[in-house]
Design a protein around this ligand. Structure first.
Ligand code: 7TS
Length: 409
């Protein structure tokens, strides 16, 4: 899959046992593991270059600044942004979406509409609820189709929902619970046609395949470093340059100002405008290394690998008694969500852990969607570059053990 290379040996954490069994890490949609090169980048920075950026004239500060700005350029290339200044470093997807939502506060008013979807993670839902409350705008949702949301987004509903009153259309690229892949280029084009800004939550897609902000036609994109082999605490807000300079900064302070007086201040342009205070230098640099790593494996190859494993898992799990599989029956991203009629999701996680398997169980920050589907939670197996087909067999064996224990087989 990766030109004969097995990425597994690049990830030190995977070479351990849990409860005496080889670790099977299937919680990649929550966070991905880190390759040696990313860990080394962090250590190298602190051992050799650590210094504050943008403010020192000494050698270490210049080296740190070059590496930090180099990482911005690297990320811009990773998403094919027109200009590195369109890449703002944040703490992650959640912060990025909050920066956009709060930055748009002054631009919305009563009568305006914010459009989102029924499948959003809380991080792409609650900030819009807050913005609606603060401005008097109305928040509406594109429905999901089917008892198991197998139909994905109801695209036909866009004809009535996407009116000229819609100012923002915020949607996920890949659902962290359903595994469906939304047609983001089409959604951006539809938003543009009514004059609405498009906001893409790319948390689940950025590390799992090609992503070209210009080909997609996105206005804003949010993602996290930790789901794409990078460190925690670093993420990105991409915005088109012309839009960023009209977005109000969320945080003010040092580094983001061009002129300060006792009675006022003026802001620098993006990206500094949105990066008040000392930034997360080391993690940004290591995020650049994560981009190198993923491009080295091949983004298309990663997509094929993850989709293949998810499809295989879907097929192998589907024969288990009392199982309910969520999301598309056809092409899906690298995750599978399922619920057993007789066994609680948390018990499944506990049993799987005894077998060395890291699985997710719960509402996955999708409470409204769970309620709509009549569920309190699901279990989720999510795959990444280092996972293997044998690990799906281990998962199925473990699930059979659980079902047997609960008398459900
Ligand atoms: N959006 C989506 C689609 C996500 O899956 C997540 C995290 C976020 C936003 C928030 O990202 P953060 O890095 O700011 O926290 N999703 C999950 C998950 O599914 N399990 O743990 C975190």
């Amino acid at each position: 899959m990766f030109s004969g290379r097995d990425p597994r040996s690049d990830f030190p954490i995977l070479h351990q046992t849990v409860h005496g069994k080889p670790l099977v890490y299937l919680d990649n949609a929550a966070t991905a593991q880190k390759p040696r090169s990313v860990i080394d980048a962090l250590v190298r920075f602190y051992e050799r270059d650590n210094s504050n950026v943008h403010r020192g004239l000494h050698t270490l500060s210049m080296r740190a600044t070059d590496a930090y700005e180099g990482a911005r350029t690297r990320v811009a290339k990773f998403i094919n942004a027109a200009d590195p200044a369109e890449v703002i470093f944040t703490r992650g997807t959640t912060e990025s979406i909050n920066v956009i939502a709060r930055g748009l506060g002054a631009k919305l008013k009563a009568g305006d509409v914010i459009l989102s979807t029924e499948m959003e993670h809380h991080s792409n839902l609650v900030p819009w609820q807050q913005l609606a409350k603060a401005t008097g705008a109305t928040l509406r949702y594109v429905p999901v189709l089917g008892a198991n949301a197998e139909g994905g987004l109801d695209l036909a509903a866009l004809d009535t929902l996407l009116t000229p009153q819609v100012k923002v259309f915020a949607f996920t690229h890949i659902s962290n619970t359903l595994g469906c892949i939304n047609p983001v280029a089409l959604l951006c084009a539809r938003a543009k046609a009514v004059g609405a800004l498009s906001v893409i939550d790319a948390a689940q897609s950025i590390g799992h395949g090609p992503f070209d902000v210009r080909a997609i036609g996105a206005d804003f994109v949010a993602f996290s470093g930790h789901k794409m082999c990078g460190p925690t605490g670093i993420g990105v807000l991409y915005g088109r340059r012309a839009l960023l300079d009209h977005l109000a900064p969320d945080e003010t302070g040092g580094g983001m100002v061009s002129h300060v007086d006792y009675d006022g201040a003026r802001w620098k342009p993006a990206p500094e405008r949105f990066e008040a205070g000392t930034p997360n230098v080391a993690d940004a640099i290591a995020l650049g290394t994560a981009c190198d790593y993923l491009d080295g494996l091949g983004r298309e190859a990663i997509a094929q690998h993850d989709k293949h494993l998810a499809q295989l898992a879907y097929e192998k799990l589907s024969v288990l008694p009392g199982i309910r599989l969520l999301g598309p029956t056809g092409e899906r991203s690298g995750l599978v969500s399922f619920a057993f009629a007789e066994v609680h999701a948390h018990d499944v996680v506990t049993f799987a852990d005894e077998d060395g398997i890291a699985l997710r169980g719960g509402h996955h920050c999708n409470q409204p969607l769970m309620r709509k589907l009549g569920l309190t939670g699901t279990n989720r197996a999510s795959f990444y570059v280092y996972n293997r087909e044998e690990e799906i067999d281990a998962l199925v064996v473990s699930m059979r053990r659980i079902l047997k224990f609960f008398g459900a087989s």
